[in-house]
Design a protein. Structure first.
Length: 201
């Protein structure tokens, strides 16, 4: 990604040079033609969502970084608008690494699958660090105004075929081993939000 950005910066300088020549000519038709054929198409590449992946540098646990990168890449390939807010250093310290990966994978898989059914697929992942608390927020758009929460955590409850989709019951079982970690789930205004709250005290 870094090399791709470097190449694009180099190309963009050449694009600006082409605009400079057109402007110096004071030929409005040539300026418009150069903009439409050269500069305008480059805007899409410049604003590509995956440059937001740079925020993953704050994740100090490589296995978690890898999981997030792969989930986000898949989501973007599916046309989901991905918003990443990770501005503080993140390291898995208060839970087993395998459990952290299982929880994140389940929550992200569920979020991606659900948002693909909405009219405007959007996924937000944020990490917020306070003095005694850490919060991981995963929010996605959904196709209905709200979802009933309680049934989602019941054993053997699923809305999917072939008895799949029991991930949240698995999350609950894992969290039972960590009294310092809670999961807050809410749904309203065509959004579904999972908030993992870790009490460092």
């Amino acid at each position: 990604m870094y090399q791709d950005l470097r190449r694009f910066r180099h190309d963009y300088l050449n694009i600006l040079l082409s605009m400079d020549q057109a402007i110096r000519s004071q030929d409005l038709e040539l300026i418009e033609q150069t903009y439409n054929e050269v500069l305008a198409p480059s805007k899409e590449k410049l604003s590509a969502d995956y440059y937001d992946f740079g925020k993953l540098k704050n994740i100090k646990t490589s296995a978690v970084k890898s999981i997030l990168y792969n989930k986000f890449s898949y989501a973007m390939q599916k046309g989901i608008e991905v918003e990443i807010e990770i501005n503080d250093d993140v390291a898995v310290q208060h839970t087993k690494l395998l459990d952290a990966i299982r929880i994140l994978s389940i929550l992200l898989d569920n979020a991606i699958e659900a948002t693909l059914q909405s009219d405007h697929p959007h996924l937000l992942v944020a990490y917020i660090k306070d003095t005694n608390l850490e919060r991981v927020i995963i929010e996605n758009s959904i196709s209905v105004e709200r979802v009933a929460i309680a049934p989602l955590f019941k054993e053997n409850y699923t809305t999917k075929k072939e008895n799949e989709g029991q991930g949240l019951a698995t999350v609950s079982r894992i969290l039972n081993h960590y009294p310092n970690v809670t999961l807050k789930t809410s749904s309203h205004d065509y959004k579904f939000t999972q908030e993992l709250v870790l009490n460092k005290g």
